[in-house]
Design a protein around this ligand. Structure first.
Ligand SMILES: CC[C@H](C(=O)O)C(=O)SCCNC(=O)CCNC(=O)[C@H](O)C(C)(C)COP(=O)(O)OP(=O)(O)OC[C@H]1O[C@@H](n2cnc3c(N)ncnc32)[C@H](O)[C@@H]1OP(=O)(O)O
Ligand SMILES: [Co+2]
Length: 149
């Protein structure tokens, strides 16, 4: 398997509004996308762009707030009431090849295949199989498939 770019760092928060203020006022972020709900994933999502030398195509911060107590991140926030770093997401060229690779390595894939916040297929790998790091694998958006919110 060939590791792709670090697409985003997932940061759980009890309040996306408070986190936007933090990243804007304290961290000086200048590009905050509109928050949106992903009911099927149980989270409200908001992307904060981080600059790179060549403009805004760097790794994003993905702020995620539970939509309800059944959210997959509800347990994380009980243990970490202020929120914090929740997962990391790497891109791959082909999600099925990646799935086969990780299954062959005996890593547990969490839940059914799904479409992630950038509109491409994703899956998650259990933190206990990934050196303690909840890891999301995301298929790179196809050329020209522009995502924005
Ligand atoms: C909208 C999609 C978007 C995108 O980018 O496209 C997203 O990223 S949405 C992100 C939210 N969705 C998910 O995270 C789905 C995958 N996650 C899960 O299925 C759960 O969070 C799971 C199974 C990783 C943990 O669930 P839960 O916290 O309810 O279970 P436990 O409390 O029993 O935890 C088991 C064990 O794992 C440790 N743990 C939990 N969360 C994390 C974490 N984020 N990083 C590292 N370790 C984690 C937890 O401490 C337990 O360990 P133990 O030693 O037994 O205490
Ligand atoms: Co994510």
């Amino acid at each position: 398997m060939k590791l792709g770019r670090l697409n985003h760092i997932g940061v759980a928060t009890p309040s996306i509004a408070e986190s936007i203020a933090h990243f804007t006022d304290t961290m000086g972020a200048t590009k905050v996308h509109k928050p949106f709900d992903m009911e099927e994933q149980g989270v409200k999502v908001c992307f904060v762009d981080t600059p790179t030398d060549s403009g805004y195509n760097g790794t994003q911060i993905e702020l995620i707030e539970p939509l309800d107590d059944n959210s997959p991140i509800a347990g994380f926030l009980v243990k970490n009431p202020l929120g914090g770093q929740h997962h990391i997401c790497f891109e791959v060229e082909d999600i099925e090849d990646a799935r086969k690779w990780f299954e062959g390595q005996g890593k547990r894939i969490l839940g059914p295949p799904r479409i992630g916040a950038h509109g491409t297929p994703i899956f998650f790998l259990h933190p206990k199989d990934m050196m303690g790091q909840l890891t999301e694998i995301m298929e790179t958006p196809k050329e020209g498939a522009h995502w924005s919110n």
